[in-house]
Each structure stands twice: as C-alpha cells, then as structure tokens.
Design a protein around this ligand. Sequence first.
Ligand SMILES: [Zn+2]
Length: 203
Amino acid sequence: MIVRITSKFGEISQVHKTPHTGIDLALPENSPIKAITEGVVDRIYTGTGSIGKGLSIQMEDGTRAIYGHMNDVSVKVGERIEHGEIIGLTGNTGNSTGPHLHFGLKGNDGSFLDPTPLLNKIIENGKVGQIPQFNIWEWLGGKITEVTVGRIADFIADFALAFPIIAVVSFGVYSLLGIFSKTVAKLGALGTVFYGILSLIST
Ligand SMILES: [Zn+2]
C-alpha cells in the first residue's frame, strides 16, 4: 500500500475552499488508527459536521491532535489514551470524497499547526493493526510517499516508480523457477508482473 497525501496543510482546492487545517492521507476504509501521541480525549465528533466522525486528543502541552472522516471511534471523552492505542477505524464520513484520514494539530491558542513533520509516524500507525502479512510490494511502496493530486497521475507515477522493481523481481522469479522448469518459470514471472500491477491498482 502506497500511502499518499491527497491534500497538504494549507492547501486551497475544490474540496477545501479555505486553507486546509490538516493533512489528508488516502487510506483504505476500516484501517485501524493508532494514536500518535498520548493524551486525553477532549472531544468526539459524531459525524454531523464536515469533519465526519472523529476525535480530538489533548496532549500534555495543550496541543490537540485531531482525527477526522473516520468510520468508527472506539474511545470516549475523558479517556486517557496511550501512544499507539487503537482509537478507531478510518472511513469516508463527513465532507469527504474518498476514504482517507484527516489529521490536524491545533495549538494552545486555537491556531492550526502543520502536522507534516509527524507524517511518518501517522503512516506507520495507519498501517499497524492491519493483517500482519509480509508483502514485498507494500513494503517497497511504504518507502515511497508522493504528494500528487490526480488518481491517474498517481497511478502513472506509482507505475513508473514500481516498474523497475516489478521487472527485477519478476526476472528473479523466472531465474529461480527456471532451475526446475521453463514453463513454471514463465508462469511464475508472469504472475509476479500481474501481482505487482494489481498491488498498484488496489492502493
Ligand atoms: Zn482534511
């Protein structure tokens, strides 16, 4: 899975008429979200507002971490949250055009802070809790973070980046299986190519 920033902090677009107060990360629906910091839940968004379902966790220094557009929030107001604790599932609720997680940081004075430096942590946490299965494409994809907007542009970019990897791995499979049988080797290599492309499409 290649985690993408679909909207940057401060961005103005069709969806965000005013500067975006956080960052949006494309994530499949119902991915478990783990808290990136410890703190106390100070607000639950029930899904009636544009942020959809979500929550706010206040940290010791007063900064609030805001998570939005979720399908399910599994904690309550006043609850103490440990770093890494599962707080709910990603979704597509509220003013959202596709499954994603909105993550924002609100300072003590009420102004929004740029959460981009925490990005790597969020991605890591967005992935934790999913079926623990090693997938070389996902592992390689996780090394690549792109800041692009159009889905098609994304796919072409992903493909261009992943193609050499797909080619090398497929050739490796071919060489390895070729020890036993040429036919099996061809099928194996072909399967690897398809699997690689499928992995890209399904992200
Ligand atoms: Zn957002």
